[in-house]
Design a protein around this ligand. Structure first.
Ligand SMILES: *Cc1c(COP(=O)(O)O)cnc(C)c1O
Length: 384
């Protein structure tokens, strides 16, 4: 089935013979902890659901297929997936990470793994060549998030991967914002692609889950070992839901991108709006990279307002009627967030200022409603 293109893969990729019992079109939800053995160690491939579960296998194969990878793994959350990746490292190892990244990833790195002797360097990667100055013999992992959260910087995955390869460092990419529909990091040279499947992959704001896809068998075996040994696995019901979500990923991402573009252009011309962060603008500093690396520009848009106060931002989000004020992103419904008081509250102000997360910054996750309605809602909330 090597010939399948993306829209076919989201529906059929890795889904051959999913129910040998009755031929169901969707995989059964194997809501079971354990499996019969006819003699010790003799079973049909499954022994205990932490180690492996057929519904989870169906999803893991689908994820591997859409990311053009060979091996997929799922976890109980995006952070559990990142946790598993960091457990590939040892005390003393160093990680170079994007400096404006998901607040929870920053917290996991600095508040948990620094205690175990890992060292993190947070840097701006918009000019990939600048990474080299931070590499030491102890550097074992480069962590890239692109587009970045919430500033929508774009990092050149291919260029970073060339640097990583030259220095024999593994490259992991958090592909949550873009998804495999917009960009495929493994094709661009990354070793590991990670998702918070909670967002666009699930797509309906009803599951928390994380995933990893890799090509290298040895790396896959180490990750499967960690998945089983640490145990933060995804449950069968949740796997079923994300598999269902993935079947419409291409349609949703297409509409998210279309609506994101309309909202970004509306905000850009609004007199109350100061700056709009969206990689589709030609004057966006990384627009060229975005254009070559991504199929489209996605549904995430951030902006600041004139006056730049927290008070203004709060007044705006409280007035919204269609946009829901909530953490998270990537669902069918439009959401608005205020990073300074929500997702990035755990990032110190000093660090926030350095990366441009200003007091009035609003982050929008543009859903798949009618774009005219979304714009009307923003218009009324911006009215003084
Ligand atoms: C949400 C998110 C995570 C964390 O995922 P959870 O599923 O919430 O644990 C990691 N990275 C990015 C970019 C995210 O948006």
């Amino acid at each position: 089935m090597k010939f399948m293109q993306f829209n076919t893969k989201v529906i059929h990729g890795g889904q051959e013979n999913i129910d040998p019992g009755y031929g169901s079109v969707m995989p059964p939800i194997y809501q079971t902890t354990t499996f019969t053995q006819t003699s010790p160690g003799k079973h049909k491939g499954y022994a205990y659901s932490r180690t492996a579960n057929p519904t989870r296998t169906a999803l893991e194969n689908s994820l591997a297929s859409i990311e053009n990878g060979r091996f997929g793994l799922t976890f109980s959350s995006g952070l559990a997936a990142i946790d598993a990746i960091l457990k590939l490292l040892k005390t003393g190892d160093e990680v170079i990470s994007t400096n404006n990244l998901y607040g929870g990833s920053y917290r996991l790195f600095t508040k948990i793994f620094e205690n175990y002797g890992l060292k993190f360097k947070f840097i701006n990667m918009e000019k990939a060549s600048e990474i080299e100055a931070y590499i030491t013999p102890k550097t074992k992992l480069i962590w890239v998030e692109t587009p970045t959260n919430p500033m929508m910087n774009i990092i050149d995955i291919k260029e970073v991967s060339n640097i990583a390869k030259r220095n024999q460092i593994k490259l992991a990419v958090d592909n949550t914002f873009a998804t495999a529909y917009l960009q495929r990091p493994l094709d661009l040279g990354a070793d590991i692609v990670m998702h918070s499947a909670t967002k666009y992959l699930g797509g309906h704001s009803d599951v928390v889950m994380g995933s990893i896809v890799i090509n290298n068998q040895e790396l896959a075996e180490r990750l499967y070992f960690i998945q089983n040994a640490s145990g933060a696995i995804a449950g069968p019901m949740d796997c079923f839901l994300v598999l269902r979500g993935i079947k419409t990923l291409h349609l949703r991402m297409q509409r998210h991108s279309e609506n994101g573009k309309a909202v970004a252009h509306f905000l850009k011309t609004h007199p109350q709006v100061e700056k709009v962060y969206w990689p589709g603008f030609e004057e966006h500093p990384n627009h060229k990279v975005a254009k070559t690396q991504m199929k489209d520009f996605g549904g995430m848009v951030s902006f600041t307002t004139k006056g730049n106060s927290v008070k203004q931002a709060l007044a705006f989000v409280e007035k919204l009627k269609i946009f829901t004020l909530a953490e998270s992103l990537g669902g069918v419904e439009s959401l608005a967030g205020h990073p300074v008081s929500m997702t990035h509250a755990s990032v110190p102000k000093e660090e926030r200022d350095k990366i441009g997360i200003e007091d009035s910054l609003i982050r929008l996750s543009i859903g798949i409603e009618d774009k005219e309605d979304l714009i009307k809602d923003l218009e009324q909330a911006l009215r003084e």
